[in-house]
Design a protein. Structure first.
Length: 257
């Protein structure tokens, strides 16, 4: 299947993906019930994960037009937010189109495939057993670790060596048995002692714990949700810089733009 693997990767890169990796389905042992690749596509053999970079310059847009002569002061924040959402939605749509193209290609070779949306959906909160949050059929972060694209950092985001957390992800499950990429062994996240900048969002994160998948050991801070009053995610007066602080402050890959 090496030739088919190379063809799929070439297609993804030619269509605009910045990173592409492949995981075999055996790397998803222990996935939550209903969310294993084979739960979603019977006969699944591989998962293809692609990534596109997210610009640091977009994250800096919360500084735009704070002294605008045109935009009313009480509406500047709403306009600033359009920058992030423009990038977020554009990258998601582009990757989803790449996933559809890969699925067309593989299906024509006789391998049914299943692309997923790049974003999650806000659900939950109606039952004490299921707290509110953003959920999806399939975790792109975990798939990216399994496909050798990076690791999860203290901030719970997927960190890649080149772009850090400044990426968007997409996954496609396929029945084609493709050649998997090696898991990244070296540590990417600088950790709480050398860095720990993301932990300044103190009400967003709890205790630090060890997490392991595919033989790779990582340290994550327990995620407790985005706090509107702390970060500039939804609050222009947040005490921490950046519209999405946990992404923008990370030094890994920050010089990638």
């Amino acid at each position: 299947m090496q030739n088919l693997t190379e063809q799929v990767k070439k297609l993804a890169l030619e269509k605009g993906a910045h990173l592409v990796g492949i995981a075999s389905v055996d790397r998803f042992e222990g996935a939550p019930r209903g969310h294993h690749p084979e739960d979603l596509l019977p006969g699944a053999k591989s998962v293809i994960v692609i990534a596109k970079r997210f610009f640091q310059t977009i994250l800096d847009s919360d500084k735009f037009c704070t002294d605008s002569e045109v935009i009313p002061p009480d509406e500047v924040w709403d306009v600033q937010q359009t920058m992030f959402m423009f990038m977020y939605n554009t990258l998601n749509m582009h990757m989803q189109m790449i996933g559809v193209e890969m699925s067309h290609f593989l299906s024509e070779q006789g391998y049914p495939s299943l692309p997923f949306p790049s974003g999650g959906y806000g659900v939950g909160g109606k039952s004490p057993n299921f707290p509110g949050g953003r959920y999806a059929f399939f975790s792109h972060r975990h798939a990216a670790v399994a496909a050798g694209l990076g690791e999860m950092g203290l901030n719970n985001l997927l960190l890649t060596p080149k772009y850090g957390p400044r990426i968007r992800l997409h996954s496609t499950i396929t029945t084609a048995e493709l050649t998997p990429d090696p898991i990244i062994k070296e540590q990417i996240c600088l950790g709480e002692e050398e860095c720990g900048l993301c932990l300044k969002a103190e009400t967003c994160y709890g205790k630090i714990y060890d997490f392991e998948m595919c033989g790779k050991k990582m340290r994550l801070a327990e995620f407790q949700g985005c706090q509107k009053d702390l970060c500039k995610r939804e609050n222009p007066k947040g005490v921490l810089p950046y519209i999405r602080y946990c992404i923008g402050v990370c030094p890994v890959g920050k010089d990638s733009g």
